[in-house]
Design a protein around this ligand. Sequence first.
Ligand code: UGA
Length: 416
Amino acid sequence: MGTGYVGLVSGICFAKLGNNVICVDVDEKKIDKINKGITPIYEKGLEELLLKYKKKIKATTDYSSSINKTDVTFICVGTPSKGDGSIDLIFIKEVAVEIAKIIKQKDDYHLIVVKSTVLPGTTRDIILPLLEKHSKKKIGKDFGLAMNPEFLREGIAVNDFLNPDRIVIGAYDEKSKNLLKELYKDFSCTIVETSLSAAEMIKYASNSFLATKISFINEIGNLCKKLKIDAYEVADGMGFDKRIGRAFLDSGIGWGGSCFPKDLQALLALTKEKNVHAKIIESTIEVNDLQPLKLIELLKKHIPNLKGKAIGILGLAFKPDTDDIRESRAIPIVEKLLKEGAVIKAYDPKAMKNFEELYPQIEFCSSAKEVLDSNATLITTKWDEFKKLDFKGKIVIDGRRLKEAETARIYEGVSW
Ligand code: UGA
């Protein structure tokens, strides 16, 4: 249920593992595309897999036929943030009610698995009661319930699904757990078996920890910059310590995307509701909010008055290999530049269409090279194709450590 990043990647990968999969979504346009062998989102390697396993994958808007023809339903709908940062459960509740109404009529046992990111307690205290109430059936006997968080990174989600570090299975009972383990039988990684709520918390704690790691190294990076130390050398040196690890210690202009910002806000809102003082999560967010502006500070060292100046932006997606601009660090940078009266020239290999919907007033270039024809250029996403650019003679302020840009006439890295 749900054919966003998580649902579609999981569905197509489960088909690759030999299962028959039915992808369900309310959006008919998406369903049509999937049935034509086109993925509605850009994700490396996904469309190729969809075409290869086409016979095992169907897409439909019909909940009933899909639940009646299958043994397991994964709930993969979005759990967006409300204005106050708390999580909005409207879609997941709707889907739970729909599923319940259908299992009411179904004779066979059915396993329901929550894959959407939901706060600890949601599956047990909200989804389960909805399923029992609307199906008039009994958990354990007529249907099973599990929580199986995803750890997929956009852009490399297929690889992450097929080569996970671990699989977390929070299950209501042994029967649910064993059925879900059966689906993951071909994986060699550790399967972590937990309660429903611990599985939910593992997801939030993991994302918050990773975001904290990035904000931490950004704070160290800000100090490194003042001391003329390369924060990447520091990260490399720290990374060899097995207790620390090198991953997610790339300093720069911070984290964006559809997951970290939303999940940290939701966790923070939960700590407030439960009266828990969450200084680290709060600071992780605060450091991240300030970090993109460091790039503008460095730019102003070289061009103090930005009014009327042409400023190039290389990269609009929240990270490379995706067209996703949600919470992209390029957004606060563009906002600030517009406020200062700069003329923005931007390029991104995949995300320009999405960005244009938000900022039609900026100039979108047809190539990265064209962007360099500005008074100064900011690097905001580290796309591979930027490595080939000729930066000689330019002013470049780098937020993502593109080594090749060091040949610029004036080059400043945000933390190196
Ligand atoms: C993140 C997690 O990494 C996944 O494990 C998780 O499943 C997913 O959220 C989710 O909750 O669904 P994703 O948002 O796709 O995945 O992107 P990441 O690769 O984690 O990058 C997030 C942001 O952090 C990006 O803006 C990236 O540029 C930034 N980042 C990452 C850094 O600034 N430094 C780093 O060292 C690593």
